[in-house]
Design a protein around this ligand. Structure first.
Ligand code: PHE
Length: 449
């Protein structure tokens, strides 16, 4: 039974697909309305908490950082104690409880709910990704396709959630929205429990044997040292990138609500709806971008991972130029609002950047890290993603005093400058990888996503 296949893949893959799809549905659904709920006035028909924007962005930054930072203990818990399968189960339960609590209209419920969600995502997200890989033998080419399928699941969840949860939460009642996100998670959990029979052989706890003679001290060879250096650099790139990109759910969500004319074809688009755009674009251009880099490499052009990451950073930066233009337009418009097209364009460029950085970076990191640090690196990747989220929150806070235009222009200048420097040094930096980046690293979809 566990080895049964469907459309060429183990049935377990589809179980993980739907579980993660619903988990992301709940995460992105909640996230789409979080900042709007925190800052909505207490006197509104659908009353929020009435916080000022700085406090709201601060909490938002901590929250989005912690969900990913907790992946590190989440991974350890699986490795040392429970195995991935049980840790995912635990995470799912924590998430169901967290979302259920959020549906209550009380401050204690709000704080307790988000703590449960942080712990839940930390337990579920890294381990479910590792389980996908566990369904295949090493070197099985279906593995990459499996991650592609899994990644599509993530983005279907991330696309649908802001529309449904966003509508219910922003237009009807915030707590119904949180509740709906919770129903999504509960469905994911039901699928996971029901699907256990297809997951018999994977994600089980395997005690780690200490190999005899293993040197506990970190003694790295000169080659490993060089690679470590490039690894640290790639972590910085990843952090800078998410620091820019992840402003979407915080600062840009508020910006869309207050300073963008959201009337399209006679219909006022709720701000939260725009949170589904990233996932929509990923589904739309994920494969074309992968194909583009493949052709580029075939033509014999520079297509190393660091080069792609540099280009991705520059393109992301240009998205902020669009946003700066919108901020400028809004500041002089009579109604104080700018055209929505700047935002649609900026998000598009951000996704082009995402597809050239996020999957590429993860595969790069796993290739460069010494084998004994492979799972640690997965955790580290999630951690820098978390730090990037915090950076995004900090930039949002800064925008409240410096103004959006200044922040958008600064992010634009920094990302473009940083990307250019990276590209100028790419040949030198590539040498430090000592050939570890030579095979095609352009797998668009990889584990942590
Ligand atoms: N869109 C990705 C996801 O939700 C973002 C992400 C990348 C999150 C890497 C964590 C780590 O899965």
């Amino acid at each position: 039974m566990p080895n049964q296949t469907l459309w060429g893949h183990p049935k377990g893959l589809y179980i993980l697909f739907f579980t993660e799809m619903w988990e992301r549905f709940s995460y992105y659904g909640m996230r789409a309305i979080l900042i709007l709920y925190l800052t909505a006035k207490t006197s509104e028909i659908n009353p929020g908490l009435g916080w000022d924007k700085v406090s709201a962005l601060e909490l938002y930054g901590w929250y989005t950082m912690m969900v990913y930072v907790m992946s590190v203990p989440g991974g350890l818990l699986a490795d040392r104690l429970l195995g991935q399968k049980k840790t995912v189960m635990l995470g799912g339960f924590l998430l169901c409880i967290g979302h259920l609590i959020l549906a209550f209209d009380a401050l204690w419920a709000f704080y307790t709910g988000i703590v449960f969600i942080i712990l839940g995502v930390g337990a579920l997200k890294p381990n479910i990704s590792t389980m996908v890989g566990g369904l295949y033998q090493k070197g099985d080419t279906k593995r990459d396709t499996a991650f592609t399928i899994f990644y599509i699941g993530i983005n279907i969840g991330a696309f649908a959630a802001p529309l449904l949860v966003g509508y219910v939460g922003e237009v009807i009642n915030w707590h119904y929205g949180f509740g709906l996100a919770g129903i999504g998670m509960a469905l994911g959990q039901v699928v996971y429990i029901w699907g256990q029979k297809y997951l018999k052989n994977i994600g089980n706890f395997v005690p780690i044997k200490r190999e005899e003679g293993t040197n506990r001290k970190v003694k790295l060879t000169p080659i490993e040292k060089d690679r470590m250096l490039v690894l640290i650099l790639s972590f910085i790139i990843v952090m800078v990138f998410w620091g820019a990109y992840e402003q979407a759910g915080g600062l840009l969500n508020l910006f869309a609500r207050d300073k963008i004319d959201r009337v399209m074809f006679g219909f006022t688009v709720p701000a939260s709806f725009l949170q589904s755009l990233h996932a929509f674009y990923v589904i739309l251009i994920g494969l074309p971008i992968a194909y583009f880099w493949k052709l580029w490499r075939k033509k014999g052009k520079e297509a190393s991972s660091l080069f792609k990451m540099g280009i991705g950073t520059i393109i992301t930066g240009f998205g902020f130029l669009f946003l700066a233009k919108a901020a400028m337009d809004a500041s002089i418009a009579i109604d104080g609002k700018a055209s929505i097209y700047w935002l649609l364009g900026a998000y598009f460029l951000h996704v082009v950047g995402e597809l050239s950085i996020s999957p590429v970076a993860l595969s790069f990191i796993t290739k460069l890290a010494p084998i004994k640090y492979a799972s640690f690196m997965m955790g580290a990747y999630f951690m820098v993603t978390g730090l990037g989220n915090k950076l995004a929150g900090l930039l949002g806070e800064a925008a409240q005093s410096a103004g959006e235009k200044t922040i958008f222009l600064s992010v634009f200048a920094f990302c473009v400058g940083f990307g250019i420097v990276l590209i100028l040094f790419v040949k030198k930096l590539n040498k430090l990888t000592h050939g570890a980046d030579s095979e095609d690293s352009n797998i668009i979809i990889v584990e942590a996503e």
